[in-house]
Design a protein around this ligand. Structure first.
Ligand SMILES: Cc1cc2nc3c(=O)[nH]c(=O)nc-3n(C[C@H](O)[C@H](O)[C@H](O)COP(=O)(O)OP(=O)(O)OC[C@H]3O[C@@H](n4cnc5c(N)ncnc54)[C@H](O)[C@@H]3O)c2cc1C
Length: 446
């Protein structure tokens, strides 16, 4: 019903703004009510005047990985993108990510590899440890690099964002921080947009690159619940003083329904990630409630997992979210299109979300540039090529999710045997190729 209403609204070019009253929290958005009112006359047009729509002006909601990638590629190809980002400033922290495969391919195509290689953390190896801190698996990082032909780094999400932002600034992409779209109206030959502060603009096209809890998606295609696929888990991540036990290793500790990973990022600090299964844990948790929740979940955690949480400063900013994929039958409607997690979130289980976010932006920019006067065909070509690739990775991640964190019924010896096989020096190359080492854009035009 909602999708139908939105379809008519967008496709029909009605002069009515349909929007939802939004409660904006640091985690994303919860829509509380729906209201309808007439579009006020455009007061400020930052992109094009309402009477003179410019098809090459594109408003991108979200200045993260997908949004910045798209902004850069479109600007370089002669378009006029404006990126609006809800956060007041670029993010500086976040969580640690593996970067390789498809992401590396796009970075090469964009000539960003030197900047990415320059990101270095004091990491020599990856270890799995037991409750006593004894390593039952120790994999030199060089082995992983070699398995991926030296096209692999650990980086923070904010590192990748910074590399993209540097390029965006250099090529002249305008990025506006502290701004969010409140409502959208497809007027046929343009999209009329109203921002949270009441400012209005007209854009040729609007792209939602605003992540797993996308507002553009909610405004144009329907509520999150319609597209959410739960992988039955929650994740929290934060930066904290480095525990001496971690040293220069990425260290993982597993127990039933619990996984903790620690990444050294300097001599003094480490990045921590906690993943757990608990059907009673909420999907959305207010910032002040996150650490108490995590302390309860890991109160009997082995090795240093409980201690790190007990010692953590209560004011430490903490990322928290449910492991939720976004699976949608269509990614665009009228002049509005989605990229990245907004339409195809894989979750951290895949370890390739940033790669696919960049690749989706690359394909959309390429298809739009091939058909600058026909966005409908460009959107269709983008979806035709890229959606099946995302869907396959989503299904792989959904299958892997049941084994990503051990369950109470897991046989420890069997699990450790499997981990040893995966990281075996003779098999790792093959394993990494099947886990995202091979770029999905191989053969796709540069
Ligand atoms: C703990 C964790 C570990 C991960 N590990 C890996 C990994 O190892 N490798 C990997 O490739 N991927 C990993 N991922 C996935 C990866 O981070 C995402 O897939 C990727 O960031 C998606 O990029 P995006 O640009 O679509 O969304 P995001 O990176 O989420 O960016 C969305 C942007 O939109 C902004 N925004 C949100 N709402 C609005 C709004 N209303 N208006 C304006 N702006 C808005 C946000 O502030 C943000 O800047 C991990 C994810 C998590 C949570």
């Amino acid at each position: 019903m909602q999708a139908e209403r939105n379809a008519r609204w967008v496709e029909g070019g009605s002069k009515t703004v349909v929007s939802r009253k939004a409660e904006v929290g640091p985690d994303g958005l919860r829509f509380a009510a729906l209201w309808t009112r007439p579009v006020p006359a455009a007061t400020i047009n930052t992109m094009a005047t309402a009477s003179q729509p410019n098809a090459t002006t594109i408003l991108i909601s979200g200045g993260g990985i997908a949004g910045l990638t798209l902004g850069i590629l479109l600007k370089e190809r002669g378009w006029n993108p404006l990126v609006v980002e809800r956060q007041a400033a670029p993010s500086r922290d976040g969580y640690m990510m593996d970067f390789f495969g498809t992401g590396w391919d796009v970075a090469e195509r964009m000539e960003l590899v030197d900047a990415i290689r320059a990101i270095r953390y004091p990491i020599d190896d990856l270890k799995y440890v037991d409750d006593a801190g004894r390593a039952y698996l120790d994999v030199p990082l060089d082995r992983i690099r070699r398995a991926l032909d030296d096209r692999y780094v650990y980086l923070l999400r904010s590192d990748l964002e910074r590399v993209l932002l540097d390029r965006a600034e250099r090529v002249g992409v305008v990025v506006r921080y502290g701004t969010s779209i409140r409502s959208l109206t497809d007027a046929g030959d343009r999209v009329d947009v109203m921002f949270e502060d009441g400012e209005t603009a007209a854009a040729g096209l609007v792209v939602g690159a605003d992540g797993v809890h996308s507002r553009v998606r909610a405004l144009a295609l329907g509520p999150e619940e319609s597209f959410a696929r739960s992988l039955d888990g929650r994740v929290a991540a934060f930066s904290t003083p480095r525990a001496p036990e971690v040293g220069r290793s990425v260290v993982l500790h597993e127990e039933p329904d619990r996984l903790a990973a620690f990444y050294p990022i300097s001599d003094a600090r480490m990045q921590a990630m906690y993943v757990f299964r608990d059907d009673d844990a909420p999907d959305f948790v207010a910032p002040d409630d996150r650490l108490p929740l995590l302390r309860r979940e890991f109160d009997r955690g082995g090795w240093i997992t409980s201690r790190v949480l007990q010692d953590l400063d209560d004011r430490t900013p903490m990322f928290y979210d449910a492991l939720t994929q976004i699976v949608m039958p269509r990614w665009s409607i009228g002049r509005v299109c989605l990229i990245g997690d907004a339409c195809g979130c894989l979750t951290l289980v895949a370890g390739q979300g940033s790669h696919m976010a960049m690749a989706g932006a690359y394909v959309l920019a390429t298809e739009l540039s091939r058909r600058p006067d026909d966005h409908a065909s460009a959107f269709a070509a983008y979806e035709r090529f890229f959606k099946p690739l995302v869907r396959r990775k989503q299904d792989e991640a959904a299958r892997l999710a049941t084994r990503f964190v051990p369950s109470a019924g897991s046989w420890t010896w069997l699990r450790r045997l499997a981990l040893r096989a995966i990281f075996n020096r003779f098999l790792l190359g093959l394993v990494m190729q099947s886990l995202g080492g091979r770029s999905v854009l191989r053969g796709y035009d540069r």
